[in-house]
Design a protein around this ligand. Structure first.
Ligand code: NDP
Ligand code: MG
Length: 416
């Protein structure tokens, strides 16, 4: 048996690796498999998925990777698979299946292609936890199927709750088996451990304000894709980076908190906190508040979602309270950032409106990134879609798929 570090592995010819029995760092530890948490990561190649794998790599005595998925980034998925050797792999876009399989240095038990296969992994009875790190509406079915199958879910994919909060919260065990990954919701969760929801007066959800917090409305007219992808505090996937800049992300997160904690939408108050140190605050009826603080590093809430109810050590830079440090707060400018109220109104109206709002936003973000529409057209496009579709009730996931498809079709015809 030969042992190589990850660095050394990168320089070894794949054909040599195939012909020898090679041990990677993650296979080195003698594991008692009954004690390992078996995790399937949906969206492993993205920002959240990659950070989750780094955490798992640092904690081989606690976690085992059961399955990994990617959409089209087969090269990165193959690299991750060769390191972690999961039994199951999925590429939801099958166009590079042959190149993908050629790049694998071991034989997984199962490789599947196409979006439907994601649903099977989400419902895998061998998983102890499903980390849903998919982006957009594409993540809804996996959350639904995982919960329906009785699996526990660490949820990064906030869009699942935005579009289908009513359906998901009705699944028995929702509140016991779903833990948030989003930093603000992890903060709320941590503040609420051991508390009674009836004693909560309100929740203050913090927002960095994004790169355009200090822009004039005039200056917002000429925002480019490059400007919008440059978030001051967080490095994230493109979709959430644009959502953060328009503050739609805060709107989506208010809806997420509403379903997650069963709290009235009016009692969730967004506040700008540019330093991103306080990740949210819970205010109780006796006038006391709890806040959760930490460095602006997604590994902290990702690890908490994987280790909950335990805590594991994490090597991230600590806050130094001995240094002069300011924690400041400002009100949200709802005129400059109309997406926050658009999202709140959509969830208040209920029915199909949150799903319409979400689909229109996904199309608007994609079209802005493709330079088909201007930055300031994003909220306008969403409003146009919201007024196009008459209210209907959501009776099943099928209704959501139909509404999502109809909205996307319409939103793609706008501004042409
Ligand atoms: P990324 O865009 O970085 O990654 C998305 C992942 O999903 C990739 O693995 C991608 O595969 C896969 N994917 C994309 N489209 C599809 C599709 N249609 N079907 C199946 N898989 C798909 O996203 P993030 O990691 O930034 O975000 C993931 C989720 O977490 C989002 O809902 C976001 O709002 C939320 N979140 C993210 C935070 C962050 O810091 N990034 C913070 C808080 C929440 P491929 O690489 O092959 O394209
Ligand atoms: Mg967040």
């Amino acid at each position: 048996m030969l042992y190589f570090t990850n660095q050394q592995l990168k320089s070894i010819r794949p054909d040599l690796i195939r012909n020898f029995s090679i041990l990677t760092p993650n296979m080195m530890h003698t594991k008692d498999s009954s004690q390992l948490k078996r995790i399937a990561i949906l969206g492993a190649t993205g920002s959240i998925g990659t950070q989750a794998l780094e955490i798992i790599s640092d904690n081989p005595e606690s976690y085992e990777v059961l399955g990994l998925t990617a959409h089209s980034n087969w090269k990165k998925l193959a690299t991750q698979a060769n390191e972690f050797r999961p039994k199951r792999l999925i590429l939801s876009d099958k166009s590079n299946s042959q190149s993908f399989e050629d790049a694998l240095l071991y034989k997984p038990e199962q490789i599947d292609y196409g979006p439907e296969s994601l649903r099977q992994m989400a419902a895998d009875p061998n998983a102890d936890l499903i980390l849903n790190a998919l982006v957009g509406f594409a993540g809804f079915s996996s959350t639904y199927d995982a919960l329906k199958a009785g699996n526990s879910v660490a949820l990064a994919n906030k869009e699942s709750l935005v579009v289908g909060g009513e359906i998901l919260t009705a699944i028995p065990g929702f509140h016991d088996r779903l833990i948030p990954v989003d930093s603000e919701h992890s903060a709320m969760w941590q503040c609420l451990v051991g508390e009674d929801m009836n004693t909560v007066e309100k929740i203050i959800i913090t927002a960095s304000g994004g790169p355009f917090r200090q822009y004039s409305r005039e200056k917002m007219k000429s925002i480019t894709v490059k400007d919008a992808l440059n978030h001051p505090n967080w490095e994230m996937g493109n979709k959430i980076t644009i959502d953060s800049s328009t503050m739609m992300n805060k709107g989506l997160e208010i809806i997420e908190a509403h379903w997650l904690f069963g709290i009235n939408i009016e009692l969730i108050e967004p506040v700008i906190h540019p330093q991103s140190i306080i990740h949210s605050i819970v205010e109780f009826k006796d006038g006391s508040s709890k806040a959760q603080l930490g460095p602006p590093d997604m590994k902290v809430p990702i690890l908490y979602s994987l280790s909950y109810p335990d805590r594991l050590p994490l090597n991230v830079p600590r806050l130094d309270y001995k240094k002069r440090m300011s924690l400041t707060f400002e009100p949200v400018d709802f005129i400059k950032f109309p997406c926050v109220e658009i999202a709140i109104e959509a969830v208040k109206e209920g029915g199909i409106k949150p799903a319409v709002m979400n689909a229109a936003n996904e199309v608007a973000v994609e079209r802005f990134l493709n330079e088909e529409i201007r930055y300031i057209d994003i909220p306008v496009l969403i409003e146009k879609a919201l007024s196009k579709f008459n209210q209907r009730t959501i009776t099943s996931p099928q209704t959501l798929f139909e509404v999502d498809a109809e909205t996307r079709k319409f939103a793609n015809t706008l501004f042409k």
